[in-house]
Design a protein around this ligand. Structure first.
Ligand code: 6GU
Length: 229
């Protein structure tokens, strides 16, 4: 999968993809992530990329021309499945969104800044608008990093144990069960007997019970939602 991220702060997107699983995904050639600095594509003087909003009001808006130029350049080089725009008024990003997007070949992700981007870019280029939650970030970069991470780890071959993404919280509509490692007795705090039983049936049953219990206590809505789909 190839992901092209359009941003005014490419530096913010360096570290998130340079470690651990995201690094491995790229080293293995399963994921390519490129960042494009809007300032490198602006036709305006002094690298201008934003301007005052028509109608007045506080905050700058990202101008359409520099964004259109990069998007069109990328689209002339290859076909993209989606052009995403990261924005707090987009659809809520959930595990199922990550699952769907992980099946795409190529994505453009636009990170907004300031008051956002000129509406005409949203109307004419963007195919899907995504929010990572009901709170406001100062730019779309951290949200884009979240989305790329959530998608990237789902690509076949990225995780060592291919089943482990299937066991994640949310993949079956339930939160993940508790996990333990050695020692079996830490300061008198014991690992549940079922996990030490060596019997896969007992272990699976315990994990499922714990998942259901945890989901009921912490996120009852997840269980109710399931019936509605
Ligand atoms: Cl995608 N962008 C910004 N700026 N703030 C957000 C967001 C995105 N999702 C939640 N808050």
């Amino acid at each position: 999968m190839r992901i092209d991220i359009i941003t005014v702060l490419p530096e913010l997107l360096e570290s998130p993809f340079s470690h651990s699983i995201m690094k491995r995904a790229q080293t293995k050639g399963l994921l390519e992530v490129y960042t494009h600095n809007v300032r490198d594509h602006t036709p305006y003087k002094h690298g201008q990329v934003d301007d005052y909003q028509f109608g007045g009001g506080a905050g700058m808006v990202m101008m359409p021309e520099p964004l259109a130029l990069i998007i069109e350049k990328l689209q002339s080089e290859r076909k993209y499945d989606e052009v995403l725009y990261m924005t707090p008024d987009g659809e809520l990003f959930e595990q199922r969104t990550a699952n769907v997007l992980s099946l795409k070949e190529s994505l453009i992700i636009i990170c907004g800044h300031y008051k956002g981007i000129d509406e005409r870019i949203r109307e004419h280029f963007v195919t899907r608008e995504i929010s990572i939650g009901d709170y406001v970030l100062s730019g779309g970069e951290l949200a884009a990093a979240v989305v790329v991470d959530a998608i990237g780890r789902l690509l076949p071959g990225v995780l060592n144990d291919e089943t482990s993404a299937l066991m994640d919280s949310f993949q079956d509509g339930l939160l993940a069960p508790p996990v333990y490692t050695r020692p079996a007795d830490f300061r008198g705090w014991k690992v549940p007997d079922q996990l030490l039983s060596g019997d896969p049936k007992i272990i699976d049953a315990w994990r499922h019970d714990q998942s259901v219990k945890r989901t009921g206590e912490r996120r009852p809505g997840l269980i109710e939602d399931e019936g509605n789909e």
